[in-house]
Design a protein around this ligand. Sequence first.
Ligand code: ADP
Ligand code: ZN
Ligand code: ZN
Length: 740
Amino acid sequence: MFASILINTNAKELNKVFDYIIPKSMENIISVGDRVFVPFGRGKNLSEGYVSEIKEQSEFANKEIASIEDSNLTEENIELARLMAEKYFCNIADCIKLMLPPGTSKKNMTNRVKDKNIRFVYLAKEKDEIKFDIDNNLKSDKHKKLLKFLLENDGFDISELERITEVSKAIMKTLEKNGYIKIVSQRVERNPLQNKKIIRDEKLELNDEQQEVYEQVEFMIENDEFAEFLLKGITGSGKTEVYLQLIDKVIEMGKRALVLVPEISLTPQIIDRFLARFGECIAVLHSKLSDGERYDEWNKIKKGNAKIIIGARSAIFAPISNLGIIIIDEAHDNSYKSDMTPRYNAKDIAKFIAKKNNIPLILGTATPDVCDYYKALNHDKELVELNKRANQAQLPEIAVVDMRNELALGNRSMFSLKLQEAIAENLKSKAQTILFINRRGYSTFVMCRDCGYVVKCHNCNIAMTYHSFGNKLKCHYCGYEIPVVKTCPECRSSKIKYFGTGTQKVENEILKMFPEASTIRMDIDTVSKKNSHENILNKFKDENIDILIGTQMIVKGHHFPNVTLVGVIAADGTLNIGDYRAEERTFQTITQVAGRAGRGTEKGKVIVQTYNPDNYAIVCGQKQDYEKFYDGEILLRKRLNYPPFCDIILVRIHGENIENVKKISQELYMNLVKEKNENLFIYKPVPSPIDRIQNVFRWRIVIKGKLNRKAIFTINSAINKLNSRKNVNIFVDTNPTNMM
Ligand code: ADP
Ligand code: ZN
Ligand code: ZN
């Protein structure tokens, strides 16, 4: 027999399979997905690889597989890794890494993260016999004390036992030698959901809209059929309740459910809702877990001990057998697209897995990605909708304030008069307020008013940001810090000024204007320790703090019943990001922010401040009119040929030597042109908008066109024909979330 092996190397050209002879001794144990070592190339060292196919015939095989081990990978994993390597221009090895157990080291398959073992102490004789010996034979008080305790509490953690009874482990050893007790090492599971108080709840009766959505998906579940649903439901329309009931159905059929949520909204609040409905059978996967926790959660899933898996993007690779449904919540969110190798989109992977398993996939959101909605309207996905709020809460009223008029009114502060009034009113009535700003720090940049000099990071060519805490200037890309400058380093003028607004500045201004207000801030600078995110939100809620000031982090999925006012300090922040999705982001942000106001009984109020009140993203955002926004946006996308009408393929050329980066960019451009693929429009190489980060120079070539097989071939072949790629890194990122 023969096996096709994927060789695990970093050389791009080796993303193909090579045939090997399977030695007789391995014939019965080998299976697709196994990890093998094989002789490869001229060197003496063996190369690592994975079995991708087992077959009876091969014309090419002439060498034998040297060794084999189980890798936990399945046939489906291997197929997926191959597709990913092609589509995302990376090595199969990089894709396979995502699917291996956490903590698997590269050299050998042993896990660096180990099972957690605890020694437990058990009685080794019949209870009556021990009671008799305590009364008649044993002399040591310590021995008696320990055995008496164990008679009531058999099977106790040894360290706890030592602490409670004050009998040392050495004495326990003696008792073990005398045959009274056994000390047994046992594996325990580290459980990130430990210490959670669960208050169980029950199914709600679905309203008509919810019922209709439920039944459409249920039909697919019952009939083992693939379908991709785009669930467009306004915030508070009861999407989550529909998910919960579909999951219940899936579990009833003996299957499992995978729920993806954006990293940031993987908060205790969402997990609590699942725990309340389903209790303990949940596994969570996200970046805040310790290595040990992640390892245990992974194994719990692998062994089939979790019925529901909730996780961020990479949980799409969790080893779930018998999957019954995949749900992607907040499906428009950027975080489903990876911006590191492999640059995959979890929505694409989910579709692949759902198709393979003949199960439904649901993309739920209040503001569908324009591309997803376009596909749904063109019958490439099933569109299902929830247009009413489920719990009778009223939609908030959204007001747009033109900040250009404020100056004319003599208001120089960053808060419009309308927002100031509303905050004052909320303070009086003890209702809570959220202020949203999409920048952290104090101020965006520092500029000299005499010569125009902007203080930039010397590693990154990025304007540095003022942080009042510590009175420093910080680079948000590399973390470089310098003390604040008082005179211009260029012209020595003292007219150096801080421009823009950040979370810190908003907080300071609020405290100046409303000294009696209590405030709390949430941004990357205040959220750092494990759970701190949770702590801030709990504090805001439980201590009824007047004003929460935060960045993007606060706009997702939280539920604060006492919040009646949300202020968006500068809605334009997302409009000027140099990206074709600027309008889409702005509309989404306004909608998400508005969803935070008035989720309780009071009607909420949202005040959006802007310098571009006529921009259609802001006009439609105010009306909460997704369709109107979509109609405008899709026309523009069509006219300018942006996704969904094509893909934007960004080829990045990064390196430390600027001349080298330029030269290779030029050569790559010529190679691309020479391929003569008429379906691709290739722009000339230029420096990226951020042209240097941590002393790495960054150039790019933008390609517009459909990323199909032919395009992939063209791009790969142009890269492979480069004379040298020494000292540069070339990345290909399709429809990247970050164009900078
Ligand atoms: P979404 O996920 O769309 O934002 P949720 O599922 O969080 O909406 O629902 C919003 C609120 O409405 C929640 O408090 C939820 O308990 C309530 N709710 C959802 N469905 C129903 C229903 N069928 N009957 C009554 N209340 C409901
Ligand atoms: Zn920097
Ligand atoms: Zn100057």
